[in-house]
Design a protein around this ligand. Sequence first.
Ligand SMILES: C[S@@+](CC[C@H](N)C(=O)[O-])C[C@H]1O[C@@H](n2cnc3c(N)ncnc32)[C@H](O)[C@@H]1O
Length: 231
Amino acid sequence: MCADIDYQAQSHFVRRLHQLFGNGGTSHLDLACGTGPHIRHFVDSGFQCQGLDLNQPMLDRAKLRCPEADFILDDMCAFSVAAPVDVITCFLYSIHYSGTIANLKACIESAHAALAPGGMFCFNVVEKNKIDNRLFVRHGAKHSDGDFMFASGWHYNGEGEKQSLKLSIEKRAGLDTLIWHDEHPMVAVSFEEMTALLEPYFEVTVFEHDYEKILPVGSNAGNAFFACVKK
Ligand SMILES: C[S@@+](CC[C@H](N)C(=O)[O-])C[C@H]1O[C@@H](n2cnc3c(N)ncnc32)[C@H](O)[C@@H]1O
């Protein structure tokens, strides 16, 4: 499903933000790290990395991919670290998995407590008021056991703090077609609400969701990248 994601460009973008706004340190923690694709790039760039995820099978794969890194089985909404870190990331909109505004606030507080002075917390966000329930991102991937078609789209009913990520996977192998549908509950938040939650703890800058350029976010953006420097 992540076959066409440019993990190198995303990791490089954060390292540039860290050079510009961060504290110059080299310890990194990736929240909701999954199988560790970003951690691989951070390790290769000279960072000492940790990954945190709720799912042990994901962490097992991450450890195979990144034997140099340490991995923590924990909830990003209630975690602590043994020693403060310089950069905390949470990629692929995974911060929305915090599920509720109360949990999102707890995640922000945990990240703030885990950062060294001047450390930076970076993540991407979808603006709830810009979600178009009809839009789906689709892509295909060929694999040894079949041809896959993936689709994903945000769904928000226009009020409240819940949105969902709708996913479908279609697998064609020979004459057989298998289709899976899934829906992940997530927290819905506007950029303004997110900024207000962060501001007691961080200097917040919101950027365009473009990993090639570092630009302030435009007023019509539906996705953005938040860079938050610990106060
Ligand atoms: C879409 S994957 C993203 C993985 C990785 N960041 C990437 O960009 O490929 C979302 C990950 O979030 C993890 N996750 C969901 N809720 C979490 C929570 N409360 N605390 C920690 N990890 C969580 C899942 O186990 C999954 O590995």
